[in-house]
Write a protein that binds this ligand. Structure first.
Ligand code: ZN
Ligand code: ZN
Length: 290
């Protein structure tokens, strides 16, 4: 059983439609796929019907941009009722922050001598609900300013670079609570990412676990083997679920092929049980896993 619990479609910044993503997952030999677009459930319906037709199990999820102790933390939310009004309102705030960020970035880039228009961005994003930095990066590639997304981020769009603009992120503690209230479960994505400071640390994870955090994404391309080992130990100590995933973005991110990291079946079962418990406690219906 091969399980990949973190992927993106064109409903955020992936390059495949939800249907194409599901077909690619089947071709990659996956049995279970989670669709986790940024701050959006927009791709769920299409992915569910494609999964239904192809025998793949789909776990509906999303990756929420949050902030904790001054740093950005991506929070994977699995099986929340996305129509739960307080969660929907928070997602809308994040998306609005992302939308208003693009004009801000274009102005900053223009001031730095890179002339890019909103039309250039719309052309590569397909007017995505979650248009943001990756789409600006793609537009820079399309007009030939940079060779690829990586160069766009490193030279222009990362914090401290000329095209960087800050934006709203949901408070992490509050978001964990909202996801639970919505009948879902939350997992910190690529917890230590490419950062070297190893935050959140064990103590912070203990506090988050007390607030309802269900798991840590340990096996991810952005983690070194030693970071994985230490995160796995933290998860074990706190009885948190351990996940592994590709963070696939279609052609939008190299070296993140579907199934390059996977989640053990018993860890998925724990997540599903926790989601069922959250759903029973909140009265919010957990979306089916088809
Ligand atoms: Zn992420
Ligand atoms: Zn992601």
């Amino acid at each position: 059983m091969r399980i990949d619990l973190h992927t993106h479609s064109r409903a955020s910044d992936g390059t495949q439609s939800p249907t194409e993503l599901v077909h690619a997952a089947v071709a990659a030999g996956l049995d279970v796929l989670a669709l986790t677009d940024h701050d959006s459930a927009e791709g769920w319906a299409e992915a569910a019907s494609a999964a239904d037709a192809s025998g793949l199990r789909l776990v509906r999820g999303m990756e929420i941009s949050t902030r904790h102790q001054g740093q950005g933390v991506h929070l994977l939310a699995y099986l929340p009722d996305a129509t739960y009004p307080p969660l929907a309102a928070e997602l809308e705030r994040v998306l609005e922050g992302r939308r208003s960020r693009v004009p801000g970035m274009l102005a900053a880039l223009r001031a730095a001598g890179v002339d890019l228009t909103e039309d250039d961005v719309d052309r590569v994003s397909g007017h995505s609900a979650a248009s943001g930095r990756p789409h600006v990066a793609d537009a820079m590639v399309a007009v030939g300013v940079v060779a690829d997304r990586t160069e766009a981020f490193e030279r222009w769009l990362s914090p401290g670079r000329p095209g960087y603009v800050d934006r709203y992120a949901a408070p992490l503690r509050e978001t964990i609570r909202l996801v639970t209230e919505a009948g879902g479960v939350s997992v910190v994505a690529h917890a230590w990412g490419r950062r070297s400071d190893e935050r959140p640390d064990a103590e912070a994870f203990a506090e988050l676990a007390g607030l309802g955090l269900a798991g840590i994404e340990v096996d991810h391309q952005d983690h070194t083997p030693s970071a994985r080992e230490r995160l796995r130990a933290i998860a074990r100590d706190l009885d948190l679920v351990v996940t592994g995933s590709s963070d696939h973005h279609g052609l939008g991110k190299v070296d993140h092929d579907l199934g390059c990291h996977t989640t053990a079946p018993e860890e998925l079962e724990r997540l599903l049980d926790l989601a069922a418990a959250a759903s029973a406690a909140s009265g919010r219906e957990t979306p089916d896993v088809v």
